[in-house]
Design a protein around this ligand. Structure first.
Ligand code: HSE
Length: 398
């Protein structure tokens, strides 16, 4: 019998408990012995919930119990999750997590600590919720050089952009609706400012490159400036507006950006709507491969955490190699990356004056037009846009 603990009985933690209890028989078969939840750590009480039988309020119960070999850290946030994770790994317990903040900040260090203590630190649920993407990148695609990763990595903003596109609602209306439905948090900044997607693409690029990507180095823009008028143009152009996280290989490094983009119908991410996530990975041998599914939510995320717990149970005493060293990856400057840009300006003449040979779009909005520039670098665009009275700008990706 292998005893495990779950730290945190919130949405994901209660999901992990449910996944293990519901699939107990099949999980035991796959592990080859019984996987028993010995503790659930939470400060709260849950009267009437069977979890009360294993509930503890004291982390020391878990750390001091040698029988506990695997711990799910599903508390979220950096502290005390970091300290608890370190102590578990140092005490010879494998840790499985959905905590992307912690993985993005301390992933390489925690993997090393795990290795030093012959245990594993696994984080499939930290990117794409229930979509298997960490394991494929780390194992199935490991013979490839990864040329590009591009994805819709945040469910909340994808839901909001889908609603704006389908119902013609403005940003603030859709945010209120998403909050009422529980899709967006009361403090939605991490999602709407792109920080959540930024951490996720940092994790994926760290695994693709084998070096530590500091998420603070990533050029990140959220969806707060997207308006319902932008969608009138998108419709005319037969394009979708998506919050894209892209990482492209440039020489020995990667150029990473998180920003809204107008994507064409030919782009496989075009059809990814609502809270779904998708990641397209391009390998130099494989070509393109697409991963799609529930990027958030209680059971999809919990399923990925529980999957890691099963894997950890099958590998007791053995290290699952992860290609991620603490050495920092210096990113390629985004200023040198090239693309077309969509701009909204007062007139076609103005657009031509600043950006040259543009393609003009009329969405029937009085006093303005839309224009798509020729391909140019970010630096060239910034120089040309200086002094131009832009009503809006969205990058264009094919
Ligand atoms: N807030 C995240 C999202 C949760 O909306 O995708 C999953 O990481």
């Amino acid at each position: 019998m292998i005893k495990v603990a779950i730290m945190g009985y919130g949405t994901v933690g209660s999901g992990v408990y449910e996944v293990i209890k519901t699939n107990q028989k099949s999980i035991n078969k796959k592990v080859g012995q019984e996987l028993e939840i010995k503790y659930v750590l939470d400060l709260r009480e849950f009267p009437g919930d069977p979890v009360m039988d294993v509930l503890t309020h004291d982390f020391e119960d878990i750390i001091n119990d040698e029988e506990v070999r695997i711990v799910a850290e599903v508390m979220g946030g950096l502290h005390p999750a970091y300290e608890f994770t370190r102590r578990c790994l140092e005490a010879g317990k494998s840790v499985c997590t959905s905590n992307k903040e912690l993985v993005a900040e301390h992933g390489a260090e925690l993997i090393q600590i795990a290795k030093d203590h012959q245990v594993n630190y696994l984080f499939e649920a930290s990117v794409g919720g229930g979509i298997p993407i960490i394991r494929p990148l780390n194992s199935s695609l490991t013979a490839d050089v990864i040329l590009e990763i591009s994805g819709i990595l945040n469910g909340t903003t994808n839901y909001m952009l889908t609603k704006m596109a389908e119902e013609g609602l403005d940003y603030n209306e859709v945010l209120k609706e998403a909050q009422a439905k529980g899709y967006a948090e009361l403090h939605p900044e991490a999602d709407v400012e792109g920080w959540d997607a930024c951490r996720k693409i940092a994790i994926l690029t760290s695994l693709a490159s084998g070096n530590q990507v500091d998420f603070r180095d990533i050029h990140t823009e959220g969806i707060t400036k997207i308006t319902k008028e932008d969608f009138l143009y998108a419709k005319k152009m037969k394009r979708a507006i998506k919050l894209l996280a892209t990482s492209r290989k440039v020489g020995d490094t990667y150029c990473i950006m998180v920003s809204p983009a107008l994507i064409s119908r030919d782009n496989p991410l075009y059809m990814v709507n609502d809270v779904f996530n998708a990641v397209e990975v391009v390998g130099n041998m494989l070509g393109a491969s697409m991963f799609y599914g529930s990027g958030a939510g209680k059971l999809p995320t919990a399923s990925a955490v529980a999957g890691d717990m099963v894997d950890a149970a099958r590998h007791l005493g053995k290290i699952i190699t992860l290609f991620w060293s603490p050495e920092k990856l210096e990113l390629a400057p985004v200023e040198e990356s090239s693309r077309k840009f969509f701009v909204r300006m007062k007139s076609a003449e103005e657009a031509r004056k600043y950006f040259g040979n543009v393609e003009i779009w009329d969405a029937g909005i009085p006093g303005e037009i839309g224009a798509v520039t020729p391909v140019m670098t970010e630096a060239e665009f910034a120089a040309k846009a200086e002094g131009a009275d832009l009503i809006g700008m969205i990058r264009v990706e094919d």
